[in-house]
Design a protein around this ligand. Structure first.
Ligand SMILES: *Cc1c(COP(=O)(O)O)cnc(C)c1O
Length: 393
């Protein structure tokens, strides 16, 4: 039964071994991504940070830390996780910081990026007080908005109309740059280095006069570097251009590119019913365990399954919750599905593990690491009732 769904795209492990539901992170696939990122860092002479919002399964940090010099965080909790479990450089970038969160970040971070000059004016005195009290030295950057659109889907476009993300040229305050050592932009989502080159040209046109006075430029995330076909040569050229023309250190902070293709979600069929078509109910959930399937939305790939009608047996795959729309999609299989069959959802490491919920009290998937060299499958976490209860009171 388990052999039936295995293909080369998933970790080569015996599904009978895997409890469900379970996220399995493949250290072999992670190593392949890290080799690509290592090459980019060496050839381009830039630093690549792991964006924790996209992938934060810290039991795998030992491996990532060997290649990447640090992390970027979107909150105090991510910054703390970075400091505790990753080490190296910890950066932060968020649309706004409360006074209390900023003070906490001062103790955790190396770089903090501000989303506006008003925040810089409000928060800088807190940094100066922290320094006067002997606190660690940090560097600060301003997030700019290049006003150049590359992302088609509004939900993911930081340069859309009336975006709150980054300072637009007309709001830029050259008079407030004292103490600012870098600029930051984040304008891409799952895009190539051509989109980066166009964005950089827009940045140079609007913010060129101030780039020259900086120490570093952080070119954000959304670089799909580890996707087959990504033009690495062009990325290397873009980074080289920034270093040579402006004399800047360059940071990239992708999340997705690090974890792309490195994890699967293994689930079991619990029941098969009929209502106009065959419906399989799984021990996972679109809304609780893979929310981007509904939110983005997208259709995840399943090992051994095809489009509806492509193979003999077509099913609508649904989840465990009460939500009528808790449906992953329609898929066909060469064999009929039966309770106990295991399905492998591909590419579930990035942006899925960080977004799960306990809606309906549904148990979160366990987390396991698979090492293809030792052929060891290690479950690092199982979730129990306390996990659900502690979030609510
Ligand atoms: C989302 C985000 C990233 C990471 O983006 P990926 O698409 O996962 O590469 C990096 N920096 C900022 C500021 C972000 O908002």
């Amino acid at each position: 039964m388990s052999e039936m769904f295995i293909s080369s795209r998933a970790p080569d492990l015996d599904l009978a071994e895997v409890e469900t539901p379970c996220f399995v992170i493949d250290r072999g696939a992670l190593a392949a991504n890290l080799a690509v990122l290592d090459e980019v860092q060496r050839r381009a002479g830039c630093k690549i940070l792991l964006a924790l919002k996209g992938f934060a399964a810290w039991p795998a940090f030992d491996q990532i830390r060997r290649v990447l010099p640090g992390v970027t965080s979107s909150s105090v909790h991510e910054a703390q996780l970075g400091r505790e479990e990753f080490g190296g450089e910890v950066h932060a970038c968020a649309p706004a910081y409360s006074d209390a969160d900023f003070d906490t970040l001062l103790g955790l971070c190396d770089h903090i990026v501000l989303n506006s000059f008003s925040q810089w004016q409000r928060l800088r005195p807190r940094y100066l007080a922290h320094r006067a009290a002997g606190g660690r030295e940090l560097e600060f950057g301003i997030r700019i908005n290049p006003e150049h659109r590359e992302v088609e889907v509004e939900l993911y476009d930081p340069c859309g109309a009336c975006s709150r993300l980054g300072v637009v040229q007309s709001e830029f305050r050259p008079d407030l740059l004292d103490g600012i050592s870098g600029l930051h932009f984040h304008n891409l989502c799952e895009l190539g280095s051509d989109a980066l080159a166009r964005t950089l040209a827009a940045v140079e046109e609007r913010f060129g006069p101030w780039l020259a006075g900086m120490k570093w430029l952080n070119m954000g995330g959304g670089h799909h570097i580890t996707r087959p076909g990504y033009d690495i040569d062009r990325l290397v050229n873009v980074v080289a251009h920034v270093r040579e023309r402006w004399g800047l250190d360059v940071y990239l902070e992708p999340g997705e590119a690090i974890a792309l293709g490195t994890g699967v979600l293994v689930a079991s069929v619990l029941d098969v019913v009929n209502n106009g078509m065959k419906l399989a109910i799984l021990d996972t959930s679109a809304t609780a365990h893979m929310p981007d399937v509904l939110e983005m939305p997208y259709r995840p790939r399943i090992v051994g399954a095809g489009e509806p009608g492509e193979h003999t047996h077509t099913y609508r795959l649904g989840g465990l919750t009460c939500l009528a729309g808790d449906v992953v999609g329609d898929y066909s299989f060469p064999h009929p599905l039966q309770p106990g069959d295991k399905l492998v959802f591909l590419d579930m490491a990035h942006y899925t593990m960080v977004k799960t919920t306990t809606f309906n009290g549904v148990r979160l998937p366990s987390i396991a690491l698979w090492d293809p060299q030792t052929r060891a499958l290690r479950v690092v976490r199982r979730f129990d009732y306390d996990e659900y209860k502690r979030r609510l009171g």
